[in-house]
Design a protein around this ligand. Structure first.
Ligand SMILES: Cc1ncc(COP(=O)(O)O)c(C=O)c1O
Ligand SMILES: [Zn+2]
Length: 418
């Protein structure tokens, strides 16, 4: 079956008839059809030959890895991007481009045909004022209802480039859901590992996309270990949002969008959730790219938020340690950030300005406050809002918080009706 085209015109998609500019009505963009038909892709056998893309490097030994290389770890540590992302082209040039994260193609650096084959229309999420200097970016308005789509589209493009015949991922739920959906989009079988405590609706979502799901007893680290054991036993592509830094190029588009939506500037403060730090690391990379290109005068403050019940990075930040501290983690309703030993802990600590924690009660009231304003989010997606409303008046200036996952992922009911 021939897949349907992704883009029938630059004006289709999230904001029909408002012009392609995220800021104001832009000049009419020409109607073009970019095919998503894999047969139309002319790059060698499968997608391998001649494909270039972001190069990764090992921070220990310096070895470099081409985009088509499925290696996911070197010297036992996660790789990094060999070069920081380029900045987006100037605002005037962005106006008229298709309303997808592909408008930041220069920063993503992933071959267009691969991305067009894998996309489900991620990105370009609304940025709305919620009053009191806080704006929310509605990341749950993403194809699989969480921000993870921004990074997963690139991992699946890479799996295609590598000629993979199967994909494996581990997750607290949302990244696994996204890998299942994007793999289905390109016709790759997927096997997803999640903790057995994962919200049933996320598990159902993974199953609906036809992926095999493995429910792993124990914590998130046990889930990662089970997935890695399966990767090592076979020849599946490891679509790891934790180990693969290509993911950070995708999450960098969150900050590029905010920059564009604010008319070419960033807020005073980004408040971001941190479990494995994929949004934090993408945003800080994007900020570096914007600074290097002279597109912003200074870096915004980056505040990361952990659940008080599982806060190895907040503990390290308070103690002035460059490495995450071992913690006795207890259960948290913020399942997406329940990471007691983040693999990129030191990298995250070096990237942020401040790390704060929120209690379970703050998360519960945060999700209810958001819902009362019209935004129904899952518990994890309420942590940044909870931190921002608890911050000392004006201390962070103008703040942007992500609503990183949909309430329907957990389907919570307000306390008054529980
Ligand atoms: C809804 C939601 N918000 C935030 C996060 C945290 O992202 P990260 O682990 O990349 O820091 C996750 C991770 O799964 C998530 O699902
Ligand atoms: Zn190495």
């Amino acid at each position: 079956m021939r897949p349907s085209p992704v883009w029938r015109g630059a004006r289709s998609g999230a904001f029909p008839d408002t012009g392609a500019s995220l800021v104001e009505q832009g000049a009419a963009a020409p109607l073009t059809e970019i095919t998503s038909d894999p047969a139309a892709v002319t790059v060698g056998s499968h997608y391998g030959g001649g494909v270039t893309g972001p190069v990764r490097m090992c921070p220990e030994c310096g070895r470099q890895f081409e985009f088509i290389d499925p290696a996911w770890r070197c010297c036992g540590v996660p790789m990094r991007l060999a070069a920081p992302p380029a900045a987006p082209v100037p605002l005037a040039e962005l106006a008229g481009r298709p309303l997808t994260t592909w408008r930041y193609a220069e920063a993503l650096g992933v071959p267009a045909q691969l991305w067009q084959t894998a996309t489900l229309g991620e990105g370009i999420t609304p940025l709305l004022s919620a009053g009191d200097g806080i704006s929310v970016k509605v990341e749950y308005a993403s194809p699989t209802l969480s921000f993870k789509d921004r990074g997963v589209v690139l991992l699946v493009a890479q799996a295609l480039a590598a000629g993979a015949s199967k994909v494996i991922a581990d997750s607290s739920g949302n990244a696994g859901t996204a890998v299942a959906a994007y793999s289905a989009r390109v016709g790759l079988p997927a096997e997803i590992f999640v903790p057995e405590s994962t919200s049933p609706k996320k598990i159902a979502q993974v199953r609906a996309h036809g992926a095999v799901i493995n429910l792993v007893p124990g914590n998130r680290e046990a889930t990662a270990a089970a997935a890695i054991a399966a990767v090592e036993q076979g020849d599946a592509f490891y679509a790891s949002h934790v180990y693969n830094p290509v993911f950070h190029l995708g999450t960098a588009t969150y900050a590029f969008e905010v920059w564009e939506q604010l008319g070419g500037r960033l807020p005073d403060t980004f408040v971001l959730p941190v479990g494995n730090g994929t949004l934090v690391l993408g945003v800080t990379r994007a900020v570096a790219g914007l600074l290097a290109a002279g597109l912003i005068p200074s870096a915004p403050r980056i505040v990361a938020v952990q659940a008080a019940n599982c806060a190895p990075l907040a503990a390290a930040w308070r103690a002035g340690s460059a490495e995450p501290l071992p913690v006795e983690a207890s259960a948290t309703i913020a399942e997406g950030i329940a990471i007691s030993a983040p693999a990129r802990g030191a990298e995250i600590l070096a990237a942020v300005d401040e790390i704060v924690t929120v209690t379970e009660d703050q998360v519960l009231s945060g999700r209810e406050e958001l819902a009362r304003r019209g935004w129904y989010v899952e518990d994890t997606a309420a942590v940044c809002w909870a931190a921002a409303v608890a911050a000392e008046d004006g201390a962070w200036g103008e703040v942007v918080v992500p609503l990183s996952g949909a309430g329907l992922k957990t389907g919570w009911t307000p306390a008054s009706h529980a």
